[in-house]
Design a protein. Structure first.
Length: 323
């Protein structure tokens, strides 16, 4: 614990030092070391998202990641995003898109994160560490969804193995740029590395929810829409919502989760997504259909427990990445 705190103190700097920090390889290594030590995994998956492709390095050690800092910095300077996640099922759950008030609420309720990463000014990702490994992917996804819902995180990022940003590199999202036009540096802010106090009680709750989901699947595959239901908020209204900051992919996923929760089926959700906006940037008509159907399936899997093929972050080793 002392080593983590010591390394973390060496990464502190002021906003005025931001540009200098991005050019410091030793600083990047120190920040990476802080984050990976707090996560405490034996192996990680490292993702480098370029404009249209994803380089995915699986089951790599912390030492191997720090040895690649110069290459990662070159990719990052050219506009690539640098992501990290535990390899396989782990003790960790990621909650994305939080503000400082949400982090404070988590601590107050017994869900203090093992690691808090600031991905842009006043915007955070929290990694919570469970005392014991959760039973399976379904339980881990339920835990992520519950935590995101409870503390106002991004539900579209709530699953058992979602990527978070790796500290020491810049956040290349255009809508996260600083007033001076620079990309913000991703920084570790808190790094206790400890399980959260409510971990044991929460595990029991998650296992109960997972058992209920399994029982529900035996009774029905997709929840029927209730007759005479009230008007649902449209996809376009989600697109305009300030919360999503113009990120239409996130808004599509959020609406799909909302629609699935109100009983819409896969075909209805996919059709609404296709009709709501121009998807030509996704490619051919076939790829546009695939995007809408994939979004609908994932939403139904998360909300209703419907079986579907896993979609691990929308990547292939050599192929494209769906943002």
């Amino acid at each position: 614990m002392f080593a983590i705190k010591t390394a973390y103190m060496q990464t502190q700097y002021t906003d005025g030092d931001r540009n200098a920090a991005t050019s410091s390889v030793p600083l990047a290594r120190a920040m990476i070391g802080v984050q990976l030590a707090a996560m405490g995994c034996a192996r990680f998956d490292l993702g480098v998202l370029r404009a249209s492709t994803m380089v995915l390095l699986e089951a790599v050690s912390a030492d191997r990641i720090t040895a690649r800092v110069r290459w990662l910095r070159r990719e990052n300077v050219r506009g690539a995003h640098v992501f990290i996640r535990p390899h396989g099922l782990s003790h960790l759950t990621l909650v994305d898109d939080l503000d400082a008030q949400a982090i404070a609420a988590m601590k107050h309720c017994g869900f203090a994160p093992a690691l808090v990463v600031e991905t842009s000014p006043r915007n955070f990702q929290a990694w919570l560490k469970h005392a014991r490994l959760l039973a399976d992917r379904e339980a881990a996804t339920i835990a992520a969804r519950w935590l995101a819902s409870r503390f106002g995180g991004d539900l579209s990022s709530a699953d058992w193995r979602h990527f978070g940003r790796l500290a020491g590199f810049t956040n290349q999202k255009p809508n996260r740029r600083l007033p001076n036009g620079c990309a913000p540096l991703v920084r570790p802010r808190e790094c206790s590395g400890r399980p959260f106090p409510a971990a044991r009680r929460f595990r029991a709750q998650v296992e109960q929810l997972a058992a209920e989901a399994r029982r529900a699947r035996k009774a029905r595959w997709i929840r029927p829409r209730m007759p005479g239901s009230v008007r649902l908020t449209s996809v376009a209204e989600f697109h305009r919502a300030w919360r999503y900051g113009g990120d239409l992919h996130r808004a599509d996923m959020a609406w799909a989760l909302y629609a699935a929760g109100h009983g819409l089926g896969a075909s209805e959700i996919a059709a609404a997504i296709r009709a709501a906006r121009d998807l030509s940037k996704k490619g051919s008509a076939r790829r546009q259909f695939a995007y809408a159907e994939r979004t609908a399936r994932k939403a139904l899997e998360l909300v209703c427990g419907c079986p579907s093929n896993p979609i691990p972050f929308g990547v292939t080793r050599e192929g494209s990445f769906s943002r």
